[in-house]
Design a protein around this ligand. Structure first.
Ligand SMILES: *Cc1c(COP(=O)(O)O)cnc(C)c1O
Length: 353
């Protein structure tokens, strides 16, 4: 594989932390973007070099900071001045220097669902641009902080490439101002957020990575020796997983036909959480289509996968595949209603058994 050390990819492990997936990520030479101490532990136990781990998140607990420092992770993406103070304090206690990037809120909107926009000034994430210079000054004064870069992440499931261009432009503006102050950063981290095709997963398995990386190559002005870091999650793994479920009942109400599955929001919460659309395929039936609402068994009305969906005539016992469930599926599963967590299998394992 051709590697250029100016460009670094940290896979956002919160999208999918299954060992089957992580083994591929490790073999591909990617680092890991974590948002919790638990994720740092998982990444380390999978064999990722701590130096290739970065730690983001708006509310890092003291034990998580201590864990990151003790493991010697590559970088903390710091989201506020109070957090910076605590990292400095804990690093001093341990007698080490913490490498940090400052996560800046660039006030760049992303054309995606409101719940997964993160880069607007009203969102809880990052440091306001207005405070950025003061925080940089503070960081440079702290004895146990080593400021190495700036970090940005504007949201998720972004398909409008202009949003990434807007981010590049904003980063260029900020760098220009930093130049006038004689401040240069080793790392510019542009986060993740590239979207995938939930409507036609079979024909569009691999997102347009080329177009995405070209946007940054063309639009971002890097300084001599500066590294550009990415943190993609969804785009790498979403099409790698399907939620397989069995039809328990088909219920004919006055106005609607419901397909009731044995899987629900406890296995895949995205539709309930933000009205996300996943394609559903009935792999047991090739009969003429009918219109159904596809729902789960959980005691919540939002436990609905699809409204007025066309499916081949469906009956009890049919197996359906809910597509594109590889990102934010298993990692967001819950035990609500005292259910067991879903099990996962790799096609390769099934083929060889
Ligand atoms: C969630 C997250 C990512 C990954 O987002 P995707 O939309 O899955 O690519 C990257 N960086 C940070 C800081 C995140 O919180």
């Amino acid at each position: 594989m051709l590697k250029d050390s100016r460009y670094v990819m940290h896979y956002a492990i919160k999208a999918n932390a299954n060992p089957i997936v992580l083994r591929h990520i490790l073999a591909a030479g990617l680092g890991i973007d974590c948002v919790s101490g638990g994720e740092i532990e998982v990444a380390c136990s999978m064999g990722f070099d701590p130096k290739t781990i970065v730690f983001s998140g708006v509310g890092k607990a003291d034990w998580e900071i201590r864990l990151g420092l003790n493991k010697g992770i590559g970088c903390f993406n710091v989201e506020s001045l109070p957090e910076l103070d605590i990292i400095n304090l804990i690093a001093a206690e341990l007698g080490i220097k913490a490498d940090i990037c400052l996560r800046i809120n660039p006030n760049v909107g992303a054309h995606t669902h409101a719940n997964i926009v993160t880069g607007l000034s009203d969102n809880k994430f990052g440091i306001d641009m207005a405070h950025m210079f003061d925080v940089i000054e503070s960081a440079r004064d702290m004895t146990n902080i080593n400021l190495i870069g700036l970090h940005f992440h504007i949201g998720s499931q972004i398909l409008v490439m202009d949003d990434f261009i807007a981010l590049c432009n904003r980063i260029n503006e900020l760098q220009d101002v930093l130049d006038t102050k004689g401040v240069s950063m080793k790392i510019i981290n542009v986060g993740g957020g590239l979207g995938i095709d939930y409507n036609a997963p079979e024909t569009n398995q691999i997102p347009n990575f080329k177009e995405y990386f070209e946007i940054f190559r063309k639009n971002i002005k890097l300084h001599e020796g500066q590294q550009l870091h990415f943190e993609l999650g969804r785009a790498i793994v979403a099409q790698c997983g399907k939620l397989i479920s069995q039809v328990l009942y088909v219920k004919d109400n006055t106005n609607k036909k419901f397909v009731i599955l044995d899987a629900g929001m406890t296995e895949l919460i995205r539709p309930a959480l933000y009205g996300a659309h996943h394609k559903i395929v009935n792999i047991s039936s090739d009969k003429p289509t009918e219109t159904y609402d596809v729902v789960g068994p959980i005691c919540e009305s939002s436990d609905t996968f699809a409204v007025n969906m066309q499916l081949p005539h469906t009956q009890r016992g049919d197996i359906v595949a809910i597509m594109s469930a590889g990102a934010y599926g298993e990692t967001m599963a819950s035990a609500y209603n005292c259910r067991s967590l879903p099990k996962s299998y790799s096609v390769n394992d099934i083929m060889t058994n």
